[in-house]
Design a protein around this ligand. Structure first.
Ligand code: HEM
Length: 564
């Protein structure tokens, strides 16, 4: 009898589960929205994984149109490449869409700007936006310029030694040095030292992101999230993860920089987060007292001291400040930023934002530069035009924020690279707070929306000959109109667009101008016509990006003076 009851219960539970899944996976059909057929166990995850997200998006858009639904495991995602609907969701009705789609492995408490939602996101965005103003970006360009100079030196050596250079592997450490220095305040040496701890940890981090089987598991069974997080915490007690290493390194930088107080010779994102404009005047007595107490426990190392290796314990050859703090004084981390009455970020938030900047900025910027070089190798005639433009607009002047402003062809090439390779296509997501009806499309409360940027940028309804790389389409007066039409969204749109759009653009321009000035890039014997791409948060080259570099005789090899 007991056995029969057990069998009956199990069968009933299975039937109920089947009914529930069928009902769940039928939700788009009930709303009159088409899409690929999901399986009861995996939704559409298997196809996404097998074919690759971007191929699926393009194929599904062709088959189901500009608005369709798919299931990322158990999670329903409404996918939109209809510009007018995107404008409603991302801009006009943005207060209803200030939240992003949930990321299965997102930390639960301190999340950083990208993952924050609601009031917390608003506060952070308001506090962080001034750090990306024109004035502040100008002050950060020497960091970018110096990193680009080191790149040119390394490429010069490569050009002498090798017929084919994997430019991607050269660009990644450069973007890491820029972001390491700007967002972490660390004097990293990723370009010249392959054993640089920062580089090693970041590579470890991205390897885990690519290989993890946990994320798909949580996509299929989100109910396991708490258990998985609990287990992860237990494991990290014995084997700290790369992210934990980064967190600790960042805390040490913060403590040392707080101890030293504002230093206007060192402008990076850490400085701007720690001492935003408003707080400089409000550097109140309570801060001063804490600052002085902490300073007494802090040993200042002269800038010229290069003997210090950084590790989570003594990582403070921090962007020229070079202070080694007494690391036993974590109480500074709880300086509540509001003691002065001025809104400021607390240490725990700064750490989360720094890690976010690193994750959001490292892969994207490196990949975009690699795509840029790849397209130049395929289009030698374009390089002659770019070089002419540099000569006319810049001549022998320094490459800096001012001199790179008036380079329309460079801008056009950059825009076209980002059209064909919108590296952050699959992170442009929103979640509806309340139900809305836009024409025929009903967006229910809690529904996830993905701006289908990959398909949008290759849609023949909006682009002539969309698969062709043609920077000239960006020249002329249609440019501004095109950019405001919601057919081109490499940096997203609306209040949650990429906060560092101009930071990334300046970094790319400075680097590319220096590369074009110094090298002719052409196809090497092993250059692929079409790169294999992989989506791991950002869409990046799966393998090497090989090109042949020929040093220009007239190349300008100039090292930017250290800015601090
Ligand atoms: C070419 C390089 C880059 C591209 C293509 C890119 C693209 C994007 C995109 C598409 C989004 C989502 C926008 C939306 O949902 O509307 C985004 C968000 C974001 N990006 Fe970037 N990004 C780049 C570089 C960077 C860099 C260098 C940083 C940091 C220094 C950064 C920090 C962020 C942050 C913090 C967010 C979240 C903004 C928020 O939710 O308020 N990005 N980015």
């Amino acid at each position: 009898m007991i056995l029969e009851i057990c069998v009956f219960s199990v069968l009933t539970a299975l039937l109920f589960l089947k009914w529930h899944l069928e009902y769940h996976y039928d939700q788009f059909r009930r709303l009159g929205i088409g899409g690929p057929k999901p399986s009861l166990l995996f939704g559409n995850l298997k196809e996404l994984r097998d074919k690759g997200q971007f191929r699926c998006m393009q194929a599904w858009t062709k088959q189901h149109g500009k608005v369709f639904g798919f299931f990322e495991g158990y999670t329903p995602v409404l996918t939109v490449s209809e510009p007018s609907l995107l404008r409603e969701i991302m801009l006009k009705d943005s207060p209803n869409f200030l939240t992003r789609k949930h990321f299965p492995l997102a930390p639960k408490k301190t999340r950083g700007l990208f993952l924050e939602n609601g009031a917390q996101w608003k506060r952070s965005r308001n506090l962080l936006t001034p750090a990306f103003s024109t004035g502040k970006l100008k002050m950060m360009t020497p960091i970018m310029s110096e990193a680009a100079d080191i790149l040119v030196e390394r490429l010069t050596d490569k050009a002498k030694e090798e017929d084919s250079t994997d430019i991607y592997s050269m660009l990644q450490p450069m973007t890491l040095d820029v972001i390491g220095r700007c967002a972490f305040g660390l004097q990293t040496h990723a370009q010249v030292d392959t054993a640089d701890m920062f580089l090693v940890k970041i590579r470890g981090l991205f390897k885990t992101v690519t290989k993890t089987k946990i994320e798909p598991l949580l996509m299929i069974l989100p109910c396991l999230t708490d258990i998985v997080f609990g287990l992860k915490e237990m494991v990290s007690m014995f084997r700290p993860s790369p992210i934990e290493w980064l967190r600790q390194a960042m805390y040490q930088v913060i403590w040392a920089r707080r101890a030293l107080g504002p230093n206007m010779n060192v402008i990076d994102l850490v400085q701007l987060m720690l001492f935003p404009d408003k707080s400089r005047t409000a550097w109140t007595n309570s801060h001063k007292q804490l600052h002085n107490e902490h300073l007494e426990k802090t040993e200042i190392i002269p800038d010229s001291d290069h003997g210090l290796e950084y590790t989570p314990k003594d990582s403070l050859k921090s962007a020229g400040l070079c202070a080694k703090a007494n690391l036993e004084t974590p109480e500074t981390s709880v300086i509540e930023a509001s003691t002065s009455g001025v809104q400021q970020l607390a240490d725990i938030e700064i750490v989360a934002h720094s890690i976010t900047f690193l994750l959001a900025g490292y892969e994207t910027s490196g990949a975009v530069l690699a795509y840029f070089c790849h397209e130049l190798a395929k289009h030698p005639e374009l390089q002659d035009r770019l070089l002419e433009e540099i000569k006319d607009a810049i001549g022998k002047r320094d490459i800096n924020y001012e001199t790179i402003q008036d380079l329309p062809l460079f801008d056009a090439v950059y825009d076209e690279v980002l059209r064909l390779y919108p590296t952050s296509s699959f992170i442009t997501t929103r979640k509806a707070s309340e139900e809305r009806q836009y024409g025929d499309v009903k967006v229910t409360a809690g529904m996830n929306v993905l701006a289908n940027v990959w398909a949008l940028h290759r849609d023949p309804d909006f682009w002539d000959d969309p698969e062709t790389f043609n920077p000239d389409r960006w020249l002329g007066d249609q440019n501004a109109k095109r950019k405001s039409s919601f057919t081109y969204l490499p940096f997203g749109a609306g209040p949650r667009h990429c906060i560092a759009m101009r930071f990334a653009t300046i970094e790319a321009k400075i680097t590319m101008v220096k590369i074009v000035q110094n090298f002719q890039i052409s196809k090497a014997r092993d250059t692929k016509d079409d790169l294999d791409l992989i989506s791991r948060g950002a869409i990046v080259p799966e393998n090497e990006v090989n090109v042949k570099l020929i040093k220009r005789v007239t190349g300008i090899r100039r090292r930017t003076t250290r800015h601090c």
